[in-house]
Design a protein around this ligand. Structure first.
Ligand SMILES: Nc1ncnc2c1ncn2[C@@H]1O[C@H](COP(=O)(O)OP(=O)(O)OP(=O)(O)O)[C@@H](O)[C@H]1O
Ligand SMILES: [Mg+2]
Length: 953
């Protein structure tokens, strides 16, 4: 390619003697088509190439970075006399061509020592599926890689197309009709023509003109360069657009995400002639006499070396202005032998993103690996590599890194640095009460600052004055709202290499998704309004049941395009990739029979005026949240409801309770001398099960520990009281725990020699990010509307480093609202494949009257309403009665017939998947699980699933 480019083939002055260890770029290594720099969007439009450019300022849609103000001609001149374009290439983006042309990669690398071929970049070996390429293309193992975004989201209104006509699309310039002499085009637009009607849309997707009654001939025969007047606007046709380009939305943002040359570097730095560069580098070279800089820091040819992908020519062109030799970036072997294959893949992904190798001019990434996959280690490896090494002349890529994380994880980050790099290699600074930001600022020792989101806001002014080259936001889904203070604060930092880490899927809400993307790669999806028009609206419309085929198709295409675009810088792998490193996990959903007092109170509550009011269908101001809250409290323990009723009774401002006569008769249902502080364990089905379970664990596995999770502080108080009653040592982490103490508490629990038996955890306060591998039994005492909260909590113990088999118990009160919430979690969320966001609570859920009716029903005669709903064959055959827990999970009694689906753990558990779990009535003779055996008296039903079960010999 580019054969006609007369590039002077001058070898780089550094050189050949380094060839055996360094891959030296012979700049320019071979003839390259250098690009014309401006936005390439419509440079091929004949109207622009016909000399009319000056009077038609190019319109750049928001979000597309302008490359230069120069016009085409000027740029071509700047390329110098030796550079010409081959015919036809002036109208393309040669760089884009370069990047997608694998030959380029080959030719660059051919300058490398012949050892290269004998050598393998070892991550390729280890995963067998992933191979980094110097071209910036990346192939990712898609079996375990679910790129976040929108496979579920689908799609739009193709109103512009009338029936029976093929729709045509044109890119046009437009301006208002005017009699002025010197008229200017106002912008680019897309003209959609269908039969006798047309729609004109600007590049933000807004309709700026619409009309009918044009003769078919007029509109159908529009040709490039032709001008016409439609709907009061003058247009000039620049070219036809394929329906595919329109449907995918590419025509609106064609330079976004397409790896074409839209880099901010080019915007910021003046275009420089490679010939001049060479001269410049020759002089600079004299100043650089430390040739050892040009050696890779670690031997790239050593066995198991882990070498980062090399840059392609366009990257070199942009970032290696001084023509420094290219040096292999090799991850420290000290780290490499710990890395799992998926972590190597993740490190390459992060490296390519922050280096701008995946998308020119974009340096952001979202690593959305599921919980426990070691996002921390992947980042530490990245930081350590970039701090010490660099592609061009070996110059380190970053100097200072800022890590922002929830308060409870600040110390954990420091400990992870120590764990993986020791104390000597790197100095990290954690900001807390004892360590002030001033100390970080004045000390040259520290290259990493770890800070909580809260502290960031407090020290923002000082932090803004520090130059950070890399910004990592842990549990970064909190940045989904662009107007909150934290996001605004982080956006105000000038650092352009930004990484968000999150274990929570980010694509469920398209606007929040936009906010996260906008944070890491500002402008990549255009302005919010254009994003809405081009992606969000068509996608949402296409999901409505009333959507036409056309709308569905458009929405699907737009969703696919959004996935493609964002997939370049979002990576998500699921738990399965580390399953093999983890011990077995036995997950049980336990349906606990409610106590007598519970049932009585429950009935009373359901017949209360408040509940009746909710069911009348007037949902506005209905007290349904109040009722739901009361039922949930009752399920946890009647004493919780008693306390809140008494509080409300004494509190005259609680109009709500009075208005609906809420406590009417309820208090009377409690024994006259009821004392909530000396509560009885038998009054709550779940508490009875819990105490028996704790006793069984204590007795049968005395060395094992328990994590006990609740969403409510008051419930944790009860659970803590139970621990004290039974003499169990416990520790507690909830929203009130001071941040500085959190890690200490976690460490104390995880310590092998600690005497603490139970870790009481408030899932909302401390669920995210914590490692509680000291515990091997995790009990979820109550259920949250949001499956993400529960999933987060469950992931705390089944993690790397866990030595015991893990038991997860989810306690639900049979027949009550808890079962309904569970069903909602697994049916709605499971079916859509989505996990709602952590911040969503029942306040965000809209309930229909039907749903409320269902919620406010007590099923007293069922052992398990959830199982009744499954339509399971075992009901007739009574198979589950006979099933043994020891059977491997492949031998399930309730396999679905033709509807049988393979378990797909990438999605939350669905109803049909639940059917495939082993399940038993509490009356079952032999549960073959010593812990469950001890509790079965109070249990009506159990579902159980075993992951990573040791093979049966
Ligand atoms: N390659 C590895 N070998 C052994 N242990 C590892 C490895 N990678 C990570 N770990 C350990 O696994 C645990 C989980 O890692 P980490 O906290 O980074 O997970 P995460 O992806 O951030 O999860 P979350 O989303 O829950 O925060 C940590 O204790 C970490 O030290
Ligand atoms: Mg984490």
């Amino acid at each position: 390619m580019g054969a006609s480019l007369g590039f002077p083939l001058e070898p780089c002055a550094f050189g050949s003697d380094l060839c055996h260890t360094v891959f030296v770029s012979l700049w320019p290594p071979e003839p390259i088509c250098y690009p014309s720099l401006p936005s390439m969007r419509r440079s091929s439009a004949p109207s622009q190439l016909q000399g009319s450019l000056a009077k038609k300022p190019r319109f750049i849609p928001p979000g597309i970075i302008r490359t230069s103000n120069l016009n085409e001609n000027e740029k071509v001149n700047e390329l110098g006399p030796n550079i010409t374009f081959t015919e036809g290439e002036t109208t393309k983006n040669p760089l884009l061509h370069l990047q997608t042309d694998s030959r380029i990669c080959n030719s660059v690398l051919s300058a490398v020592s012949s050892k290269k071929s004998a050598r393998e970049i070892n991550i390729g070996k280890s995963t067998g599926k992933y191979w980094p390429k110097a071209t910036g293309e990346v192939s990712v193992d898609t079996t375990n890689t679910a790129f976040v975004a929108a496979t579920e989201i689908s799609e739009s209104k193709g109103k512009e197309a009338g029936p029976g006509h093929s729709t045509k699309y044109f890119s046009v310039f437009w301006r208002k009709l005017s009699k002025k002499k010197h008229k200017k085009w106002e912008g680019d637009a897309i003209l959609i023509v269908s039969g006798r009607s047309f729609t004109l849309k600007d590049l933000e997707g807004r309709v700026i003109g619409r009309g009918t009654a044009y003769t078919l001939k007029d509109l159908d025969n529009l040709n490039e360069g032709e001008t016409t007047v439609i709907g009061g606007k003058e247009i000039e046709v620049m070219g036809k657009i394929s329906s595919d380009d329109y449907n995918s939305g590419r025509c609106f943002q064609s330079s976004v995400g397409s790896s074409c040359l839209t880099t901010s570097q080019i915007t910021q730095k003046p275009f420089s002639n490679p010939v001049k560069n060479i001269c410049k580098s020759n002089t600079e070279e004299k100043n650089i006499d430390d040739s050892s800089n040009f050696k890779p820091r670690h031997d790239p040819y050593a066995q198991n070396s882990f070498v980062m992908p090399r840059p392609d020519k366009s990257h070199q062109w942009i970032f290696n202005k001084n023509c420094l030799p290219l040096v292999d970036v090799v991850v420290d072997p000290y780290l490499v032998h710990h890395l799992r294959p998926h972590q190597k893949e993740g490190i390459v992904f992060l490296y390519e993103c922050v280096m701008g190798m995946r998308m020119n001019g974009r340096f952001g990434a979202i690593l959305a690996d599921e919980m426990g996959l070691g996002k921390t280690l992947q980042c530490i490896s990245l930081i350590w590599t970039l701090l010490r090494q660099g592609l061009y002349g070996g110059k380190p890529i970053i100097k200072k890194t800022l890590i922002v994380t929830p308060g409870s994880l600040v110390t954990n980050w420091r400990k992870e640095f120590q764990k993986w790099l020791g104390t000597e290699r790197i100095k990290v600074f954690t900001l807390d009460q004892a360590h002030k930001i001033e100390d970080f600022i004045i000390s040259p020792l520290y290259s990493v600052l770890i800070i909580s989101y809260e502290m960031l806001l407090r020290c923002l002014d000082q932090i803004k004055n520090i130059k950070f080259d890399l910004l990592i936001c842990d549990e970064g889904h909190r940045l989904k709202n662009s107007s909150i203070k934290t996001t605004t604060a982080l956006v105000s930092l000038s650092c352009e290499k930004r990484v968000i880490l999150t274990g929570t899927p980010v694509q469920n809400d398209l606007q929040e998704f936009y906010a996260l993307i906008e944070f890491v790669n500002p402008g990549i999806l255009g302005s919010l309004s254009s994003y809405r028009k081009i992606y969000e609206e068509p996608i949402i419309i296409s999901r409505e049941p009333s959507a036409t085929q056309e709308e569905k198709k458009l929405g699907e295409k737009r969703a696919a395009e959004l996935t493609r675009l964002t997939g370049l810088f979002i990576l998500r792998r699921t738990q399965e990739v580390i399953n093999k490193y983890l011990p077995p996990k036995i997950e049980s959903v336990i349906f606990c029979r409610p106590g007598i007092l519970q049932i009585e109170l429950y009935r009373k509550l359901l017949s209360s005026q408040a509940v009746r009011f909710c069911l009348q269908g007037i949902l506005e101001n209905a007290p349904h949240l109040l009722c739901i809250g009361a039922l949930k409290k009752l399920c946890n323990h009647p004493c919780l409801l008693f306390k809140s009723l008494k509080e409300k009774e004494n509190n005259s401002s609680s109009e709500q309770y009075e208005e609906y006569n809420f406590s009417e008769g309820l208090i009377d249902a409690y024994p006259a001398d009821y004392n909530p502080n000396t509560f009885s364990e038998t009054d709550s089905g779940k508490l009875q099960v819990l105490t028996k379970l704790l006793a069984a664990i204590r007795e049968l596995s005395p060395s094992e520990k328990v994590v006990l999770v609740s969403n409510y502080t008051q419930t944790l108080n009860i659970l803590q009281a139970v621990c004290t009653r039974h003499g169990y040592t416990c520790t507690r982490l909830d929203g009130q725990t001071p941040v500085v103490q959190r890690q200490q508490i976690v460490d104390g629990f995880n310590c092998k020699h600690s005497s603490v038996f139970i870790f009481l955890l408030s899932s909302k306060a401390g669920g995210v990010g914590l490692n509680l591998i000291g515990g091997s039994h995790l009990i979820l005492y109550d259920i949250d509307w949001n499956p993400a909260t529960d999933i987060q909590a469950m992931a705390r113990v089944w993690r790397d480093g866990q030595k015991h088999s893990v038991h997860i118990y989810r306690l639900l009160t049979t027949g009550t609202i808890e079962e309904k919430i569970y069903q909602r979690q697994i049916s709605k969320q499971g079916l859509s494949g989505a996990v709602v966001d952590l911040a969503k609570t029942s306040e965000h859920i809209q309930f229909s009257v039907e749903e409320l009716k269902n919620l406010f029903t007590l099923h007293e005669d069922s052992d398990c309403v959830t199982h009744d709903l499954l339509d399971c064959e075992c009901v007739e055959k009574k198979e589950h009665q006979a099933e043994s827990l020891e059977e491997p999970s492949t031998y399930r009694s309730c396999q679905l017939g033709p509807n049988h689906q393979k378990l797909d753990s990438k999605k939350p558990l669905s109803m049909s998947q639940l059917k495939q779990w082993k399940h038993f009535s509490g009356k079952h003779q032999n549960l073959h699980d010593p812990f469950l055996e001890r509790i079965k008296e109070n249990v009506s039903f159990i579902f159980q699933n075993v992951t990573n079960q040791a093979p049966v010999k």
